[in-house]
Each structure stands twice: as C-alpha cells, then as structure tokens.
Ligand binder design. Structure first.
Ligand code: CTP
Length: 426
C-alpha cells in the first residue's frame, strides 16, 4: 500500500518543471553543517528548499543561517500556533516533491520506524504522501547496532530510500567506519536522480537487470582468504540506479561493508564460483553489469584446517587454480545471453588499450574502464573517472561521484535497450 502510494506520488513529479520543491529535515548531528552547502547547491540548480530543523539540529547550525540561505522561514516547532495557522505540518508534508532527511540520526530513524509524531519533523514524516530520501549519519557502532539495523530494514520495507552512510573518520577522535554523512555532491546526485527517474517515466520498467558487485573472498584455509580492495560502492550504486529507473534488479554481491541499496533483490556470495552460480540462477536478464572485482585465482585445494606456521619449514607455497570468468561466461552464452552485457576494466596503466582488449576477448558489448591507481582513490573511494568503450568508440567522462556514474550508465543502458528492442521489432 505504502509502495503504491509512493509510486503515485512519484508519478506526480512528471507534471512539474525542472525546478523542484524540496523539504529538507535537518537532524541533530555534527554533519548538519553540510546541509548549508547542500541548500546552496540545490538553490543554484533552481530548486526551492524549505527547511525543518529538529531541536537537536539547532545545537549544530542556527535557523538564522539556514533562513539566510533558503530565503524562506525555517520551521522548528510543532506547536507554534502561528505556523499552524499559516502552514501546518500536513501542508508542509504535502507541498513538496521530495522530503530529504539529513543527517538522519539513529534516534530519528528509530522514531520514523516506530511511527512517532512527537515533533514537527516526525509529524511531517508520518503525514506525508511524498517520496522520502534519508541520509543517515551516526557513530559506526550505532549504525551496526541490531536496533538500528531493524529500523533501517523496516523503513526500506516501507518504501523509504537511503543514501549512505559513507565510510570514513568520525568526529570522535580515533573512530572510523561506516557512519559518515555522504558528501554533498553525492547527496545532490541522489536527490536529482529521484527526479530524473520520475520524469523519465521509469524506462527500465518491466526489464530485468543483474549487477555483480564487491570483491570475492577465496578461502586459503578456514581463517584466511584471498581478497582485493573493492568496496562494492560502484556496483551497488548501479543496482540502485537501475531500480530507480524501474528495473527488477538482482544484485549479486561479494562481501562488502556498505549499506544495501533500496528496492533490489540481494544475493550474497563469497567466492567467484558462488557468484557465477548466483548470476546463472538470476538469468534471464535484459541487462547484465559485471562490476565485481572477482578474484582471478582461488586455492586449488583450500586447506580444511588452519595452516600452521613452523619455524623450521619454509613459508607455504599456495597452489592456485583459475576462477571462472563470470563476464566472459555470460557474454558468450549461446542461449539466454542478455541483450546488453557490460563489463568493467580495473586497470593501473594503459587503461584504454587494456580495456579495448577486454571488450573483444570477453565478448562484452560495453566496457567501463577505470584507472584504479588514480590519485582520486577509485577503490574504496566515493568518486570515479571512467572511459566508456562501446562498438562506437571510447568516451572519457569527467570525474564525478559513483552515484552519478551509475545513473548515467544505467540511463544509457536503458536507451540502448530501447533501440535494440525497436530494431528487433522492425
Ligand atoms: N570478471 C569476471 N570474472 C572473473 C574476472 C573478471 O566476471 N573471474 C569481470 C569483472 O567483473 C569485470 C571484468 O571481468 O567486469 C574485468 O575484470 P578485471 O579484473 O579488470 O580484469 P581481469 O579479467 O581479471 O583481467 P586482469 O586481471 O588481467 O586485468
């Protein structure tokens, strides 16, 4: 019911011009200051921003500075009679195209999941019939706490979208992990992609998309494994973007420690062989995107007990066997090959030359190539600079957030698929 309400609300957006009305609910976290930059950038793009601040948020930024940036009054209190007469919480919750909650604290998420309405922010969130995008920020332990996990799961089931949190240093000294508010450009991309997907009328509706993401772990013995530095961010963003464009998405993910994208079916795997089996099981598909950093080798025979260190012996030699190439296997299927197969190429040198070879040798339709040794820190980082190789040639895109790369690739894939279908029909 909630999902259909949300879809109905999203389809309303198609009638609007490119300027959108955004209701930003600022929660009480140290990252609240980032909202000032977010407001500035949203307004630069022509959007109208109204802001509600929780009591705790006002400890971090003042309503005065927010009002100066929005050029609108800032709403803070549920029981302000003047406000209730002029513009009540019901109207605030409806007179908008999208509600953004940032930073969403653990407490605010718990109140949302519990359906509380004890302050203006929670009352609006309970009363709204508009899409809601939440950007959490909290201490990593609070994010990983089972109570927060339960609340996030519940909110996702209720149709709430999430962006982040990101990994990094916390305000508390010496603390790091998953819990930072995503950077402003990524929040901006997440907000705008909601609008583009709504106004493009879900070009991937009725299509099935498979995305692989993250690293694989190949066991050496019961306690050790072969892995790589892939975070899964780009693959997860691709899955999220495809879902936003209306696709039925299966995300086959290796072990990662990032948040799950909303609206996708996740199949968790550990090894390359498990990943291949999960991809085959998810077929048929219209589009398959292989963003995972699959380990090329596994132990020929993993030890069933822990390999012991012995002072007299030389270090053990690991005998490796080649893993199946998942991209190549699927791209070269005679029966049931997805019409659009997209591979990635993680390179440290001669990026385009290597990627061209991969396009041919693997039988992919497109290769998304990136320089994983670049100083922007592609592996594990938030940004990417890619080259898109197709049969038409090479396009080099400027550096942008992984969310933005994802929405652009998926939008292109949707257009390509539409052309293939049109050609097949003629
Ligand atoms: N890939 C795959 N299965 C493998 C290895 C790679 O599906 N066993 C896919 C990746 O998901 C990616 C593409 O193949 O889409 C290229 O991966 P990359 O690691 O760049 O290249 P490799 O094929 O592993 O070659 P090399 O390590 O020599 O660069």
């Amino acid at each position: 019911m909630i999902k259909s309400r949300l879809l109905a609300a999203r389809s309303d957006l198609t009638d609007l011009s490119s300027a959108k009305r955004i209701l930003l609910i600022i929660g009480g976290g140290i990252a609240a200051y980032k909202c000032l930059d977010l407001i500035r950038r949203l307004r630069e793009r022509g959007h109208i921003v109204r802001v509600v601040m929780t009591k705790a948020a006002q400890q971090f930024v003042t309503p005065l500075s927010v009002a100066a940036l929005t050029n609108e009054r800032v709403f803070t209190d549920l029981f302000d009679l003047d406000d209730e007469r002029e513009i009540g919480h019901i109207r605030l919750s409806r007179d908008t195209d999208l509600i953004v909650v940032a930073p969403a604290t653990a407490d605010l998420l718990a109140r949302m999941a519990g359906g509380h309405a004890d302050n203006l922010a929670t009352a609006i969130l309970l009363a709204t019939d508009k899409p809601v995008l939440v950007a959490p920020a909290m201490n990593p332990r609070m994010w990983l706490n089972p109570a927060t996990r339960r609340n996030v799961e519940q909110l996702k089931r209720d149709g709430i979208d999430f962006v982040g949190p990101a990994i990094g240093e916390m305000a508390e000294r010496g603390e790091a992990g998953l819990g930072r508010l995503v950077e402003v450009p990524d929040l901006l991309a997440a907000i705008e992609s909601r609008f583009s997907s709504a106004s493009d009328d879900k070009p991937l509706a009725g299509c099935r998309v498979i995305v692989t993401s993250g690293p694989t772990h190949e066991p050496i013995d019961p306690v050790r494994y072969i892995a790589n530095r892939s975070s899964g961010k780009q693959g997860h963003e691709l899955a999220a973007a495809a879902a936003r464009l209306g696709a039925d998405v299966t995300l086959v993910s290796g072990p990662v420690s990032i948040g799950e994208p909303a609206g996708v079916r996740i199949v968790r795997v550990s090894t390359a062989e498990e990943m291949l089996a999960a991809v085959k099981h998810a077929l048929p598909a219209d589009i398959a995107i292989f963003a995972a950093a699959v380990a090329d080798w596994r132990m020929a025979t993993p030890n069933t007990s822990k390999i012991k260190k012995s002072t007299s012996d030389a270090p053990p030699a690991l005998t490796l066997a080649e893993n199946p190439d998942i991209l190549k296997t699927i791209a070269q299927l005679r029966k049931g090959r997805p019409p659009l197969v997209v591979g990635f190429a993680a390179e440290t040198n001669d990026v385009i030359a290597h990627a061209k070879k991969k396009l041919k040798s693997k039988g992919a339709d497109w290769i998304v190539a990136n320089d994983v040794s670049s100083p922007i820190g592609v592996m594990g980082g938030e940004r990417n600079a890619i080259h898109l190789l197709t049969s038409a040639g090479v396009e080099s895109w400027p550096e942008m957030s992984k969310a933005e790369v994802a929405i652009r690739i998926v939008t292109r894939a949707a257009a390509h698929l539409a052309t293939l279908k049109r050609d097949a029909a003629e």
